[in-house]
Design a binder for this molecule. Structure first.
Ligand code: ADE
Length: 226
């Protein structure tokens, strides 16, 4: 998969993909991540990328020209163009799985007070990472890249994410490691029983119990992300 990010702050991405699983996916050429400075696509002699809003109001608005030209340059027939904005569709694991199957993503990070509404006409989708407002789309695009990359074939073992939180609308079951007794806190007996049928039954029971207690909305399908 190829991911192109359009941002006014490319330095924010300097180290984020140089560690751990994402680094390995890049090294193995499973994913290619390119960070583009929106300013580089500006036609303005002073590389201007934003201007005051029509109708008045505070702050500066990201202009159409640099974004339109950047998308025109980067886009091909396999591209999905995504705008990160608090008013977008709320991101979840189902969407991450869907996007992990795409060949090319172009992520547009909005900034300052906003962006010219007409930018939406060249986007296939608008995504929000949650109901709060960040200073820009950079951190949201990092969230997308991290959550999508780990799901691409060959990045991590499939069984690692088959039973994790949110797959099957359930939270993950509790896990433990050595020692069996830590300052009086015991590991549940079933996990050291060696009986894998019972262990699986216990894990499913715990998933249901935890989801009922902590995220009943997942069980009822109340969270409608579509
Ligand atoms: N830009 C600012 N806040 C955002 C959010 N919550 N999701 C996506 N993009 C954003």
């Amino acid at each position: 998969m190829k991911i192109d990010v359009l941002t006014l702050f490319p330095n924010m991405f300097n180290d984020i993909f140089k560690e751990s699983i994402i680094k390995r996916a890049i090294d193995k050429k499973i994913v290619e991540i390119n960070i583009h400075n929106i300013r580089d696509y500006s036609n303005d002699p002073h590389k201007k990328v934003d201007d005051t809003p029509y109708g008045g109001g505070c702050g500066m608005v990201l202009m159409c020209q640099p974004i339109f030209d950047a998308v025109k340059t980067l886009k091909n027939e396999n591209s999905k163009v995504i705008l990160l904005t608090p008013s977008g569709k709320v991101y979840n694991q189902t969407l991450a799985i869907d996007l992990s199957k795409k060949k090319h993503l172009i992520l547009i990070c909005g900034h300052y007070e906003g962006f010219d509404e007409r930018i939406k006409t060249i986007c296939d989708m608008e995504i929000s990472i949650g109901d709060y407002v960040l200073t820009g789309g950079e951190i949201p695009s990092m969230v997308l890249i991290d959550s999508i990359t780990r799901l691409i074939d060959g990045v991590i073992k499939e069984e690692s994410y088959q039973k994790e939180s949110f797959s099957n609308n359930l939270l993950d079951y509790p896990t433990y490691t050595k020692p069996r007794n830590y300052e009086g806190l015991e590991v549940p007996d079933v996990l050291v029983s060696g009986n894998h049928r019972e262990i699986n039954k216990w894990r499913i029971k715990k998933q249901i119990e935890l989801t009922q207690k902590l995220r009943p909305d997942l069980l009822k399908g109340e969270k409608d992300y579509d």
